[in-house]
Write a protein that binds this ligand. Structure first.
Ligand SMILES: [Zn+2]
Length: 328
């Protein structure tokens, strides 16, 4: 968008008689990096993430954190309100540190997101800083297992950075969360070792959220390996996700949080090796679509069009990673 005329996003705002509330900058896509570009946009529009990163004191320039901070600072201080930036420096660092991404192949944006978050968390801890990454994204769940012989219940806590949810045709985030926490019976080869009985017993187990994160990332498991095709295919199932969400799979005394959707990574195409990603984010009450270097304002109604389709397999645009923030 090196031209002199107004960009698409500027025209969009002009049409509704409004000024651009902040800078909306696209990212170049030179080496199939839409999987990363969409993640970097979603995180940029996570207000707390952006704020903490920009204000973070950096001990070493040789980190992903340093490169990402530089990118975001260039973005917030850009003279132009629209245009295209390059994520090359961030990506070069990521590629050096993780050979999985060190090629021009298509990748799974979820894999990249989780790797990036963990990497930033490690870099903060390595320089002795408090990890705001952990503070933003980390939640805790607890697995309760009841021995069906002695009725003794054991609890095991585990932390998570995101929730990976199974999808079904015509389901919703809420039903997927419920299914995530359904009671399972451990029997046969899966019997549970009960400390009280001192032997393997049948047991019932369920996993509930104990500590909901400030930023909740829900990953829809849309890629499924097909033995027949010998590659991952995409489940295009319709999965509805509300703009506001209350978790329905928490322990009884869990602090209640109301979540609001602020970003969604959308996948287009038949599978992650043969597809495309874009990010749709909420900014100052508007929904903005970032498709690499193409940026436009979209109607809120578009969100319903990315729930998926009535066909199992297909290449329609589908919500893939959802970002919710706790509003209190
Ligand atoms: Zn027992």
């Amino acid at each position: 968008m090196g031209g002199t005329g107004p960009s698409k996003i500027e025209k969009d705002f002009e049409q509704c008689g409004e000024e651009l509330p902040e800078r909306y900058l696209g990212f170049e896509n030179k080496d199939n990096i839409c999987y990363a570009n969409s993640v970097l946009q979603a995180l940029y529009f996570c207000q707390d993430f952006r704020k903490y990163l920009i204000n973070q004191k950096i001990a070493s320039r040789d980190t992903v954190m340093s490169q990402l901070q530089e990118l975001y600072i260039t973005m917030i201080t850009s003279k132009r309100k629209t245009g295209v930036m390059s994520t090359k420096n961030v990506m070069s660092k990521c590629k050096v540190l993780n050979e999985l991404f060190d090629n021009d192949d298509h990748h799974d944006s979820h894999e990249f997101l989780i790797w990036l978050i963990n990497r930033l968390d490690e870099e903060l801890k390595a320089q002795g800083s408090q990890s705001w990454v952990q503070q933003l994204f980390e939640g805790k769940f607890t697995t309760q297992t009841k021995c069906l012989c002695c009725q003794n219940v054991t609890h095991r806590d585990e932390v998570f950075m995101d929730l990976s949810l199974d999808v079904k045709q015509n389901c919703s985030i809420l039903s997927s969360l419920k299914r995530y926490s359904e009671i399972e019976t451990l029997s046969g080869a899966d019997k549970f070792y009960c400390e009280t009985c001192a032997c393997k017993q049948e047991a019932q187990t369920r996993t509930l959220i104990k500590d909901p994160p400030n930023i909740l990332i829900c990953h829809l498991k849309r890629f499924k390996y097909s033995d027949e095709l010998r590659r991952y295919t995409k489940l295009s199932y319709r999965v509805a996700f509300p703009s506001q969400l209350r978790l329905n799979n928490t322990v009884d005394n869990c602090p209640e949080k109301l979540y609001e959707l602020f970003a969604c990574i959308v996948h287009l195409g038949p599978g992650f090796q043969y597809g495309h990603y874009m990010a749709i984010v909420k900014s100052h009450g508007h929904w903005i679509r970032f498709d690499d270097d193409y940026v436009e304002k979209v109607d809120e109604a578009l969100i319903q069009h990315i729930f998926g389709s009535s066909k199992e397999i297909g290449s329609v645009p589908c919500g893939y990673i959802l970002f919710y923030r706790a509003t209190f």
